[in-house]
Design a protein around this ligand. Structure first.
Ligand SMILES: Cc1cc2nc3c(=O)[nH]c(=O)nc-3n(C[C@H](O)[C@H](O)[C@H](O)COP(=O)(O)O)c2cc1C
Length: 239
């Protein structure tokens, strides 16, 4: 199996430690590709919308974005990590996600995303874990992923792992190991089920694209949906 990890920080702190803990049982079983942000995607979206018009390869950051996209599309499991920064995901994570706006369902979602599984891992001192998870989950779910789990911790303690009380560390370790075991037991030969929310979004956008295509048959997103057969009987979660 293949795992692609997007690390929202290059800092090897507690987030890194927990991510390593999660990946440990996969190390001799999976091919793991990791990206560290901002190093592996340092540019901000310029807002040119070239990607939305169908030429994502012309993005000024394409040499960073395309290898990330390739690794994500090939992966069976996606892992996103970020510490909480001012109640949200790291700016580097947000900057990377902006580059994939064109993969949101109302535009040109990749069929490979439907049926994929993902884990979001975050931790903070006290507050902001749920909004951080949402920052990442919003993109993943609009890319078409239904199976999105999260693992988050409030340290309520020191910023150094060694200084966190032993009992708390043991509790966090047990929770990470439990989640890893759960993900390890999945049969990645089978796609995950596409849930009703994802299907609902798909059908709303399908209606939208049909309307847009009537007004402008040259419209990029309409032609993409049409070419995939999604305006007919084909569905990205089947086959
Ligand atoms: C810029 C910045 C903003 C932060 N904002 C929050 C916050 O909103 N809520 C919180 O509980 N902790 C916040 N923290 C603390 C970190 O989330 C916490 O120390 C975390 O354990 C850091 O993870 P790391 O060791 O992987 O870097 C912030 C830290 C930084 C550097």
């Amino acid at each position: 199996m293949k795992i692609t990890v997007i690390n929202g920080t290059e800092w090897k702190g507690i987030t890194y430690r927990l991510k390593e803990m999660f990946l440990e049982p996969f190390k001799d079983k999976a091919e793991i590709t990791e990206f560290y942000l901002p190093r592996d995607c340092p540019g901000f979206c310029a807002g040119c919308k070239t990607c939305f018009f169908g030429a994502q390869d012309k993005c000024k950051d394409a040499n960073y974005v395309q290898p990330i996209e390739k690794a994500m599309l090939e992966a069976d499991l996606l892992v996103f990590t970020s510490p909480v920064y001012v109640y949200h995901a790291s700016g580097a994570m947000k900057a990377m996600l902006d580059h994939f706006g064109y993969r949101w369902m109302p535009h040109r979602p990749a069929k490979e995303m439907f049926g994929k599984r993902a884990l979001i891992l975050t931790q903070c001192l006290g507050g902001g874990a749920s909004s951080t998870i949402k920052d990442i989950k919003d993109s993943l779910s609009w890319w078409g992923i239904s199976y999105i789990k999260a693992l988050s911790f409030k340290l309520m303690s020191d910023i150094k792992w060694e200084n966190i009380p032993e009992k708390k560390r043991a509790k966090i370790t047990a929770a990470v190991e439990k989640k890893a075991k759960k993900f390890l037991n999945i049969d990645y030969g089978k796609k995950s089920r596409t849930n009703l929310i994802t299907k609902g979004k798909f059908y709303v956008v399908r209606m939208l694209q049909t309307g847009l295509g009537k007004k402008n048959p040259e419209y990029t997103d309409f032609n993409y949906w049409k070419a995939n057969g999604w305006l007919d009987k084909v569905r990205p979660w089947k086959g």
